[in-house]
Write a protein that binds this ligand. Sequence first.
Ligand code: MG
Ligand code: ZN
Length: 230
Amino acid sequence: MKVVEFQEGESFDIELEEDLLRKNEEIAEVNRRLLDKHGVMGIDVMGSIGSGKTTMIERLTNHLGKTANVGVVAGDLTTTIDAQKIEQQGASVVQVNTGKECHLDANLVGKALKTLPLEELDLLFTENVGNLICPAEFPLGAQKRLVVISVTEGPYMVVKHPYIFREADVVAINKVELAAAMKVDPEKLKADMARIDPRIKVVKTSLIADQGTAEVIEALGLATGMKSGA
Ligand code: MG
Ligand code: ZN
């Protein structure tokens, strides 16, 4: 079969893009220092549209809210649907609308951080725009990165999107209750990830039933209480 491949240096705006990525990394570093200074653990949540990112943040906030003050940056093109859901779990939420951009960048997150009471927070979840491609290239400053995938994305979703998994600390394979119906084997997805990076911690979840949330908390290293001054 004929395959047309992208060659390095072929993009029309390659210099512009390198400049942009470097600038983003600098601002991500500033964001990281700001989080560290206030003792906030930042967790970037990435994944496709409909994989369960918002539900994951809702569940984590519900479980961790008793022992930690939780803040959330909710990225979305135009709506506040997810932010409203998460706010009901008691988190301090700021919505970032990216307009036409298909990912959050460190500059937008930096602006969002300025609106949050960082001195009161212990944890900050950032829900990226639903996309498995460019969020991998734009670090936001978070200390940890959680990717939420779903068995409904089919059997080849991991091998087709290697970059995002290289950036992940923890991956949740969600909607495992649908695995048989979708003819997708979660163990095969797990094996695909291990080939990309054997250090990724993989957890199977059924977030609709709140199953696997405690294991995700454990994998993220958030199992012990962290409320400031508690
Ligand atoms: Mg969402
Ligand atoms: Zn993008």
